[in-house]
Design a protein around this ligand. Structure first.
Ligand SMILES: Nc1ncnc2c1ncn2[C@@H]1O[C@H](COP(=O)(O)OP(=O)(O)O)[C@@H](O)[C@H]1O
Ligand code: SF4
Ligand SMILES: [Mg+2]
Length: 373
């Protein structure tokens, strides 16, 4: 299956997770297929945070679940510690699973309402086993304290007696009890109040530092991803658009879709609003994705070749910055974008409702200024 290439994959011992040509399809109707993820390749180095961003329905959660083989992907490889998880038996996978933990969007419904919080945090040990014998009761106390909660209260209370932000802290402690190396965070702050989002992001960064974690951080909100990620991967309709160093991508977004997402962030100081063409129309159906570049039906710069030939990932500059576009945007100054040989863009339309959250952007900007790189 034609993917968007793997030129951006890195070599080296520090690569902890390497995904090659991942394909996930679901049956749809009698003969159809949902092409949820189509030939996606990326890697994550130990201790790194890779931010995965894109509109709702672009395949972020499906990619995340395919990493932990839930369900097993239709095609491709998921290399972890030099082993391909996609070809492991269920028994072998059970040995590896504690290393790879997931945190979900809705913290309250992801916790068992009938159990006390302390039991929820420690129950992974009985399900998965205590791989190093290191997690004693005292260590469970330590983890609950580390995420900012009182272990004595956690012994008495159930999840519904905690707020959404506190429940997400409980989810993090529950994931940490298995001493994981990788945590996949699927929209972990999207369901939280804006005022709480920054606190939970800070807590996640603290836990990453303290326990030497590697993070895959998923969000539809660019401002959240920008704050927390070392590298960023932008997805559209099951494909990678742009991937690389977060600073390079946010300083100089090269894919028209990344530019459109950034331009849609409603912030008075947004440097992209004058230059990025806003998104038109809806995300096409993944049952019958557009030919060539899947973004061509919404791209203000699409030309004939975009409708027939799928763009392969290519390096944008000397740095760690890669884009899958026949006509990458070249941002020459902070306020001027030049697109070689492109027709004048069509008039912009309103962005999709869930592409950005302006209040979150403001709060997280303040958070970035005070806390993060
Ligand atoms: N189990 C499933 N069966 C059929 N279609 C699915 C299933 N899971 C996800 N999809 C579809 O795959 C696409 C990608 O979904 P998802 O990965 O959840 O996107 P995101 O997390 O980016 O919002 C969507 O069109 C979604 O409807
Ligand atoms: S210019 Fe062409 S290849 Fe690039 S994003 Fe637009 S449609 Fe895709
Ligand atoms: Mg999702």
């Amino acid at each position: 299956m034609a993917g968007t290439g793997d030129a951006h994959l890195r070599q080296g011992d520090e690569i902890l997770l390497r995904v090659e040509d991942l394909v996930v399809e679901f049956p749809a109707g009698r003969k159809g297929r949902v092409h949820a993820v189509s030939g996606v390749s990326f890697d994550v180095a130990e201790g790194e945070t890779l931010g995965l961003v894109g509109e709702s329905g672009c395949g972020k959660s499906t990619t995340a679940r395919a990493l932990i083989q839930m369900p097993r992907p239709t095609g491709g490889s998921v290399w972890y510690n030099s082993q391909d998880l996609a070809t492991m038996s269920a028994g072998e996978m059970r040995e590896v699973r504690p290393d790879l933990q997931m945190i979900f969007q809705d913290p309250i419904s992801s916790l068992n309402p009938r159990r006390k919080v302390y039991e929820i945090v420690s129950e992974g040990l009985s399900v998965w086993g205590n791989k190093q014998g290191a997690f004693t009761e005292g260590r469970v106390d330590e983890l609950i304290e580390a995420v900012g909660l009182d272990p004595r209260v956690a012994r008495e209370k159930r999840p519904h007696e905690y707020s959404g932000g506190q429940c997400q802290r409980i989810s993090v402690a529950r994931a940490l009890v298995l001493d994981p190396r990788v945590i996949i965070c699927d929209e972990p702050v999207s369901a939280l109040d804006v005022s709480v989002q920054a606190q939970v992001l800070n807590m996640l960064e603290d836990m990453k530092e303290r326990y030497g974690l590697t993070l895959l951080f998923i969000s539809h909100d660019l401002s959240v991803v920008k704050n927390i990620s070392d590298r960023v991967m932008v997805m559209y309709l099951g494909k990678i658009c742009e991937i690389g160093d977060g600073d390079l991508i946010f300083d100089s977004p090269s894919h028209p879709y990344t530019n459109a997402l950034l331009g849609a962030v409603p912030d008075p100081d947004n440097p992209y609003t004058d230059t990025a063409e806003l998104l038109e129309g809806e995300l096409p159906s993944p049952i019958n994705p557009p030919s060539g570049c899947r973004f061509h039906t919404r791209c203000a710069y699409a030309q004939d070749v975009c409708r027939t030939d799928e763009p392969q990932i290519q390096q944008v500059s000397d740095g760690d910055h890669w884009v899958a576009c026949h006509f990458p945007v070249q941002r020459e100054t902070e306020t001027q974008v030049e697109v070689a040989e492109k027709p004048a863009p069509k008039a912009p339309a309103a962005p999709p409702a869930d592409s950005v959250d302006d209040s979150a952007f403001a709060a997280l900007k303040a958070h970035r200024e005070t806390n993060l790189r």
